[in-house]
Write a protein that binds this ligand. Structure first.
Ligand SMILES: [Ca+2]
Ligand SMILES: [Ca+2]
Length: 122
């Protein structure tokens, strides 16, 4: 693909694809991240270098599929907080202490497993 460069998809995230001017092959030219941009739309033109130069263009849409590449993010409590909860000494078994709220930027992940662990002390 001599002479190719990332072109034509500058809106909202910069160029990410390149077209080989001889074969028409469209290739990725930088890493894609669905969480940054899930859909790319651009136009590719074909010209015949004749006289007059005749061209036709076609719209291309690229949907970036998701992978599970993000850990859940805890909204509450935040990692910068040290959550302290006050409970009455006589709190009954089953008393709600607090609720951890998490989300995941990846597609389709909405169920989480929460568990308590205590790092081993030295
Ligand atoms: Ca994930
Ligand atoms: Ca992802």
């Amino acid at each position: 693909m001599t002479g190719c460069r990332c072109v034509g998809v500058q809106s909202g995230g910069g160029a990410a694809f390149v077209v080989d001017s001889a074969s028409g092959a469209i290739s990725v030219c930088r890493p894609l991240d669905r969480e940054q941009r899930a859909v790319w739309e651009f136009t590719v033109a074909a010209g015949n270098d004749g006289f007059p130069d005749m061209t036709t263009s076609v719209a291309v849409t690229v949907n970036v599929n998701d992978v599970n590449d993000n850990s859940p993010i805890v909204r509450f409590p935040t990692t910068s907080d040290h959550l302290v909860v006050q409970l009455p000494r006589q709190a009954a078994i089953g008393t709600l202490v607090t609720r951890v709220d998490a989300y995941d930027p990846d597609v389709g992940q909405s169920l989480y497993t929460f568990y308590i662990y205590q790092p081993k002390s030295r």
